[in-house]
Design a protein around this ligand. Structure first.
Ligand SMILES: C[S@@+](CC[C@H](N)C(=O)[O-])C[C@H]1O[C@@H](n2cnc3c(N)ncnc32)[C@H](O)[C@@H]1O
Length: 294
């Protein structure tokens, strides 16, 4: 059976920005379905890719896809904040470019780990299933104050306090077990006139916030990008694709403050209307790139 892969976002643009045609060693810090890795390997027959993902299932699928490239690709089950250890294990001290394609993949959204408001599933949201903390624990065990802060900080949800209060009231009666239960609570709190008839589910921001917290996504970005920067050769590039405004703001600031780097995307690169038409999930993607000064 043919596998359906995560459609890689801003593919041509990221390969170009990484100067992958010129040849060298590249790190794909977020392997996912392997679409970007495959394109880097195809861009030049001399290219090598060291790829990282924290999701074992993603890795299993990508291994099958990347088999034809043999030892030109090495794959690690790790967090990208561990890039230093990964490169040490590979015996590599300098790379030509590193790509981060942040967030969840198509597989996560189509899978069964409760990443989406649209399907009834257990509240899990872990990208790495070796991790203990799940969304169910976050929703059922954190204090009202902690929940409100998370939903506000990582979801920019103005009804965060009310949502947290209602979650705590409900869970006293019965633990909140599924995505649908959580989504309904949020639906009841946010005034209907603000979401009725729109495509976006009112619980999307709350789900985003809990997912970011469960996976410590911002800690990973704050550690991973500067750690990757240390290994980039003069003239080499760091390319980061983000999917929502909070993530983009964070990345923009990190890149701007990297010593010895120059941000070469004054404005982030966005997908063309054709790409969005073919892959609506790409619509909010932004690519930012920094280059190590020579
Ligand atoms: C948007 S997908 C990448 C898709 C990939 N570029 C492709 O073409 O198929 C993001 C991937 O990064 C992984 N990921 C997210 N945060 C991570 C982290 N901190 N460390 C390692 N992998 C991470 C996720 O498990 C997911 O598979």
């Amino acid at each position: 059976m043919e596998e359906i892969y995560h459609p890689p976002v801003l593919l041509k643009e990221s390969i170009e920005m990484l100067k992958a045609k010129e040849g060298g060693i590249f790190v794909d810090a977020t392997l996912g379905g392997g679409g970007h890795t495959e394109a880097i390997l195809k861009a030049n027959p001399e290219n090598r890719v060291i790829a990282i993902d924290r999701d074992e299932e993603a890795i299993e699928r990508a291994i099958r896809r990347l088999e034809p490239f043999g030892d030109r690709v090495s794959i690690y089950h790790a967090n990208f904040s561990q890039i230093g250890e990964v490169l040490e294990a590979e015996g590599v001290s300098e790379v030509n470019g590193v790509l981060f394609d942040l967030g969840v993949s198509h597989f996560h959204l189509r899978g069964e780990r409760g990443f989406t408001v649209w399907k009834e599933q257990p509240l899990d949201m872990r990208m790495d299933r070796r991790q203990k903390l799940t969304a169910k624990e976050v929703v059922n065990e954190l204090s009202e104050r902690e929940l409100a802060d998370i939903i506000f900080k990582y979801g920019e949800e103005r009804f965060a306090r009310k949502i947290a209060r209602e979650i705590v009231r409900r869970r006293k009666v019965k633990p909140i077990e599924t995505t649908t239960e959580l989504a309904k609570i949020v639906e009841e709190v946010i005034p209907k006139k603000l979401w009725a008839g729109r495509k976006k589910h009112p619980a999307i921001k709350t789900f985003q916030a809990i997912r970011i917290f469960v996976n410590k996504e911002f800690d990973e970005i704050e550690k991973g990008i500067p750690a990757a920067a240390e290994f980039i050769k003069p003239g080499g590039r760091l390319a980061v694709i983000t999917f929502h405004s909070l993530e983009d703001r964070l990345v923009k600031n990190i890149l701007r403050n990297l010593e010895g780097f120059r941000v070469i995307t004054k404005k982030p690169i966005e997908p063309t209307p054709e790409e969005v038409k073919q892959n609506p999930a790409a619509r909010s993607a932004k690519l930012r790139v920094a280059e190590r000064e020579v």
